[in-house]
Design a protein around this ligand. Structure first.
Ligand code: MV4
Length: 474
């Protein structure tokens, strides 16, 4: 049994993992960059160690993190999401130091991180993949154009080591192919230091449906149903729903069976997610597998009743999964809204600063995972997500009502947030009827835009406070 776990992360997910540790009577160790010395995860953990005065290096330096873990004598490391969570070299370094990695083994992380390798593994195991090619780097533009013609336009070019929407290009017609291919290769090289690029048929306006997987170290693999993550902007999800309000029970069952087969084909252990593209004819394709816990895991926890972070720890500890597929049923619907410190009216640019008032939403079946508090100063160096609001109700319609109510009572002053924009989504007829795909936000952006700054006095105060605290280090 683990006695102590180091959390190689920050923000709300670090807080979430500390709580799971405490529930299991395990000691928690936080690490932090100096910019985060006032963070909740630092205050809440049983022990906290400053790693670096550099805001990012503190969470991205494998050697320093492993050194702290060894000195603190932890049994395991939980990487959360983002940062080093899908870094196979870090996972290996942790294991080589004799520390348990709370996640799948490093080879599985590496295989699934290579989008082309993942495609081949899935294809060999009978998992449906989008029609496409192997990496095209050594091919002439003439033969690449022939492949595109065979698949049929539009096509999409993808970097093998891509992620987060980087290294992809949609090509509508042959005359744009060469430029797009070269641009895609250049971006892949710059971001991922690997310029392998392959081609797929482009599925227009798909829905993004992902299945939560749990797998123990003894070959037991189950799914915990799906999340509909179609409501996103520029590859940033804003709202996630479990289960999907727009798929039939038969489709759900077939996708679930496929997700478990995909996880087995990958040799998967611990918690993971199989992502599918679902087209408007109800045909689904494997897109990729995420080898980490995800931001949106809470909606799955709400509808299934299982603590996913707790399960990750217990699986890593060597426990046998005491759940079978028959135990998994969704009770109603859960919706998560991501509350970001952003100026929606100004192209969603980050809007860090001091929180002057904070009243999170409360009430039955309302959960808030957050790392902010009154007088906290949000540092400018990190992701702009400051809270996740998760509501749960017996029907999709009632869950939307509850989300709308909870967003309206959620009060954050001093900074601009995405709350007014999220309220507008709740009031949209298509959202309420479950009529949305990945093009939803882009199509409706103007319609959903709140009127700019209703309360300018908050902003003036925030600017003065931010200036004073920057000057005097308050
Ligand atoms: C696709 C696709 C359509 N067809 N692949 C976007 C990020 C990367 N993970 C893969 N992505 C897509 N791949 C084919 N063959 C559409 C997307 C896509 C998308 C996928 C899920 C959620 C939102 C999206 C937004 C734009 C494009």
């Amino acid at each position: 049994m683990f006695q102590k776990i180091l959390i190689a992360n920050r923000g709300e997910i670090a807080v979430r993992i500390i709580r799971a540790c405490r529930d299991l009577h395990i000691q928690s160790v936080a690490i932090y960059a100096r910019a985060d010395r006032d963070s909740l995860h630092v205050k809440m953990a049983d022990e906290s160690y400053e790693i670096s005065d550099d805001p990012l290096r503190g969470y991205l330096d494998p050697d320093m993190i492993v050194e702290v873990a060894l000195n603190a004598e932890v049994d395991a490391i939980h990487p959360g999401y983002g940062f080093l969570s899908e870094n196979a070299a870090f996972a290996k370094k942790v294991q080589d130091a004799g520390i348990v990695w709370i996640g799948p083994d490093s080879q599985t992380i590496a295989k699934m991180g290579d989008k082309n390798a993942a495609r081949s593994i899935m294809q060999k195991n009978g998992i449906p993949i989008v029609p496409g090619t192997e990496p095209l780097n050594n091919r002439s533009i003439h033969s690449i154009a022939k492949e595109a013609l065979k698949i049929g336009y539009p096509i999409i070019l993808k970097a093998s080591s891509g992620g987060g929407g980087r290294g992809i290009r949609v090509v509508e017609k042959e005359e744009d192919l060469e430029d797009a291919f070269n641009a895609c290769k250049r971006e892949a090289k710059a971001f991922f230091k690997n310029d392998d690029v392959f081609m797929e048929k482009y599925i227009t306006n798909p829905r993004h449906i992902e299945f939560q997987i749990l797998a123990d170290n003894y070959g037991n693999v189950i799914h915990l149903l799906e999340r509909d993550c179609s409501i996103q902007r520029r590859h940033q999800k804003l709202i996630e729903i479990a289960p999907s309000p727009s798929i039939s029970d038969d489709l759900r069952r077939r996708m679930g069976v496929t997700a478990v087969a995909a996880a087995k084909a990958a040799g998967y252990t611990n918690a993971g997610t199989v992502e599918f593209l679902l087209d408007d004819n109800g045909v689904f394709y494997f897109m990729e597998m995420n080898t980490r816990i995800q931001v949106e895991h809470g909606v799955t926890e709400a509808v299934t009743g299982y603590d996913l972070i707790g399960r990750q720890i217990r699986i890593a500890q060597g426990e046998i999964l005491d759940l079978s597929q028959h135990d998994i049923r969704a009770q109603g619907y859960a919706i998560e809204a991501r509350i970001n410190a952003e100026d929606v009216n100004n192209d969603f640019i980050p809007n860090p600063g001091k929180i002057t008032t904070y009243y999170p939403a409360l009430g039955p079946f309302v959960r808030v995972d957050s790392c902010i508090y009154k007088d906290y100063v949000i540092p400018p160096y990190y992701d702009s997500m400051i809270a996740k609001l998760i509501v749960h109700a017996s029907s999709y319609n009632l869950a939307v009502n509850k989300l709308s109510r909870a967003l309206s009572e959620f009060t954050i002053k001093g900074i601009k947030t995405t709350i007014p924009f999220l309220i507008n989504i709740c009031n949209d007829k298509d959202f309420r009827q479950g009529h949305f795909d990945t093009s939803y936000l882009e199509t409706k952006l103007q319609e959903l835009m709140p009127s700019p700054t209703s309360k300018p006095e908050d902003d003036v105060v925030a600017v003065i406070v931010a200036a004073l605290s920057a000057r005097y280090g308050a």
